[in-house]
Ligand binder design. Sequence first.
Ligand code: FDA
Length: 324
Amino acid sequence: MWIKNFFIGLSQNQMLNKAAKRYGFKLGAQSVVAGTNVEEMVESVKQLNAQGISATIDNLGEFVFEKDEAIEAKKHILSVIESINQNNIDAHISLKPTQLGLDIDFGFCLQNLREIVSKAHEYNIFINFDMEDYDHLQPSFDLIDELAQTYDNIGTVIQAYFFRAINDIKQYKHFRLRIVKGAYKESPEVAYQDKKEIDENFLRLIEYHLLNGKFTSIATHDHHIINHVKKFVEENQIPREKFEFQMLYGFRKDMQLDLAKEGYNFCTYVPFGTDWYGYFMRRLAERPQNLNLFFKQVFNKKTNTMIGIGLGAFLLGRLSKRNK
Ligand code: FDA
């Protein structure tokens, strides 16, 4: 648990975030982040599409506190929407409300989102609102409620670790929903802390939405959950057009491909851009073995060795200190 908290702590460290941006992307993130620009991302998505896999594209960014930055993020996302349309790729958008200014001003954020959702609507492109930490949960639902009055091309995420998730899923059952375990550090006042309880709630939510909801994206790398879902949909005769599996870019690639080959709808979450630090640290928090990805990249490239050794030693030092 302390390892998870350690990496989540790092993910929220603004100073390290800035340093990571400056020193570049080559610290290991490149195996789980599909490039730093639109061209590289489009190439990655084309490769996925060729294997029968669709994509949800995340132009990385979160916890923005300056209006200029939020406007810049909006422009980037609008250009991604244009590139989906121009390249005719099988893809939609995932975005984070804090990237569009939720921490600055609700109305400002809503206006940015309205422009994005409206442009996507023109091209029949779906927009998924990723869910962040508890403080942003209700404001994100409020944004969705506002936009849903005009647009039907939006959906969101239900995080199974929250006690309130079962009520939320009932309220939003008419939406396309991605169901996940939850990636942030949350207080025991609002969220399950125990893995078994989170897994049980995760299954409860998935089953509820498969039976009652519009469309379910089951987002997990956990083969126990995936096997359970395969059996459940069979037993309950849930048609394959009603759900898909989702995993993150670069993780369990063989399993992603196998599921697509078995005829399930499969969608890969494709993050790209320079603001990869928080995303990458949360992946380490979920699964410290992902450090392997980091070391493989770092030690394969001589130019990065010094930075890699420095950061690697720092991380390992912190890990072993906490372990004692
Ligand atoms: P978990 O990490 O619980 O692992 C369970 C078991 O699965 C492991 O013990 C292992 O056996 C196996 N396993 C997992 N990863 C493996 C690997 N790489 N290789 C081999 N075995 C592996 N969170 C959030 O709060 N808001 C959001 O909007 C999103 N969005 C999102 C989109 C998508 C597409 C995904 C896949 C995930 C998210 N998440 C998220 C993150 C999510 O909440 C959760 O933190 C991670 O998916 C980790 O949980 P898992 O269910 O994947 O497995």
